[in-house]
Design a protein around this ligand. Structure first.
Ligand code: ZN
Length: 437
């Protein structure tokens, strides 16, 4: 028995070695425009493109995000009892995954994880010299010299007929103009209240200039060959092509209305995501909810983002924490600019300090503030503490309001011992999630 097992393991190992040596043929998909020598293994990994994903480790899982994803799925269900049941099933699957010991990776996953690590080290060592980018057409991975990229971009900016240097950021002015235009349109009855709200912006940021390397003129490889050369086994490739053709034929003959599915994205965790999909499919078939796996550990990490980062002050859609002098913290969320929200908090905070300094604790203004204030201001009114607004830390980011609301609650719950937030702030967080926080 043992002998047979070893024989099969040996066979598998050889197969993997053969496969990885075959993938080296794929180096056509990496175009190295620098003098930096790239190890073969790293080059192969780069050739997979930015969407190539490997299974995440437990430490890669962002639990607040997972909870907000479960809530987003269950929110699509109208019936309370079904919603509760699915939520419970999902939490059980996740809890088992979280507490179970790490399972041993197979050869292929081990190999991929190792290469992922090596690519990361390589990019880290060379981050000042090279940039890993996608070509503007054809999907090839291009390695460019950072110095050359900056020279080219600066050359572009020398064109004074297209670009003009300004000494200020006009974004806010344009935003104000655009919002006042919308106000005018609303007054004239051209748009309704909802349209005005949807079109108004309070967190615009200036677009960032960036360039993508153009290599298609240099290369002779046809774009359509990408699929053919990507090392998928020919059987799989042919099957997919056949399915695709059949699909095209079917749609030509018989166009049927598509069933309306509700699509929800969910972090792609090995086994867990598939289990969740299966439960929804088999136990709740009438729900029509489709889970779209979202990969969190992809080669994109190594690709250089040519766009400048949004400056921290201009961030929006964030969960933030502000520290008090007593080392407790206030957790909040904002869809405005971070600095706008900070200024609002600071202003309210300083008004209370001024009232305290002027002995106005019995005044009408004090009572009014106490009736309608944030937990932060309440804390300052009740204690002789002060918050440090220079240390406003971003805890998390989200896109939609519901997601942000969920993330805020999870972070408050997570920091239960330290946060000064009100109990009512976490009232909508189901206690079943406590095991995951
Ligand atoms: Zn305090």
């Amino acid at each position: 028995m043992e002998k047979l097992r070893n024989k099969h393991l040996k066979k598998l190992e050889n197969l993997i070695i053969r496969c990885s040596s075959r993938t080296s043929e794929n180096h056509d998909w990496v175009c190295n425009l620098t003098n930096v020598d790239i190890p073969n293994k790293v080059k192969t990994f780069m050739s997979y493109g930015p969407k190539f994903a490997i299974p995440p480790e437990k430490s890669d899982i962002h639990w607040p995000k997972i909870i907000s994803e479960v809530e987003s799925i269950t929110n699509a269900i109208e019936e309370d009892d079904i919603r509760d049941e699915l939520r419970m099933d999902a939490v059980n699957i996740l809890k088992n995954y979280k507490t179970a010991p790490n399972s041993k990776d197979d050869y292929l996953v081990t190999h991929l994880k190792q290469t992922f690590k090596e690519t990361r080290y390589f990019m880290k060592d060379n981050k000042d010299d090279i940039m890993l980018m996608n070509a503007d057409k054809g999907g090839k991975t291009v390695v460019v010299s950072k110095e050359e990229y900056l020279t080219q971009m600066n050359k572009l900016l020398e064109d004074k007929s297209t670009y003009k240097k300004v000494n200020y950021d006009p974004t806010k002015r344009v935003q104000r103009k655009s919002n006042s235009l919308l106000k005018g349109l609303r007054t004239d009855g051209c748009i309704d209240k909802r349209e005005r709200r949807n079109l108004s912006r309070y967190n615009s940021v200036a677009p960032k200039l960036y360039g993508l390397p153009k290599i298609h003129k240099l290369s002779t490889t046809d774009n359509s060959n990408r699929e053919l050369a990507n090392n998928y086994p020919s059987g799989v490739r042919n099957k997919l092509f056949a399915q695709q053709q059949q699909l095209v034929q079917n749609t030509q003959i018989n166009v049927q209305p598509k069933p309306t599915h509700i699509y929800r994205s969910f972090t792609n965790i090995p086994v867990v995501t598939a289990k969740l999909q299966k439960i929804i499919r088999t136990k709740f078939p009438s729900l029509n909810i489709k889970i779209v796996p979202r990969n969190i550990k992809t080669s994109k990490t190594f690709f250089t983002n040519p766009k400048d980062k949004i400056c921290p002050e201009q961030e929006s859609h964030i969960i933030y924490a502000i520290n008090c002098s007593c080392e407790k913290l206030y957790i909040g969320l904002t869809t405005q600019y971070k600095h706008t929200r900070k200024a609002q908090h600071e202003n309210e905070h300083n008004q209370v300090i001024t009232m305290k300094n002027n002995n106005l604790r019995n005044s009408q203004a004090w009572r009014e503030t106490a009736n309608s204030c944030t937990a932060l201001v309440k804390h300052v009114m009740e204690n002789d503490h002060q918050f440090d607004f220079n240390q406003m830390e971003t805890l998390d980011r989200g896109r939609r309001w519901n997601e942000l609301k969920m993330l805020e609650m999870v972070h408050i719950k997570k920091n239960e011992d330290k946060s000064i937030n009100l109990k009512s702030d976490v009232a909508n967080l189901h206690s079943i999630y406590n095991t995951l926080i």
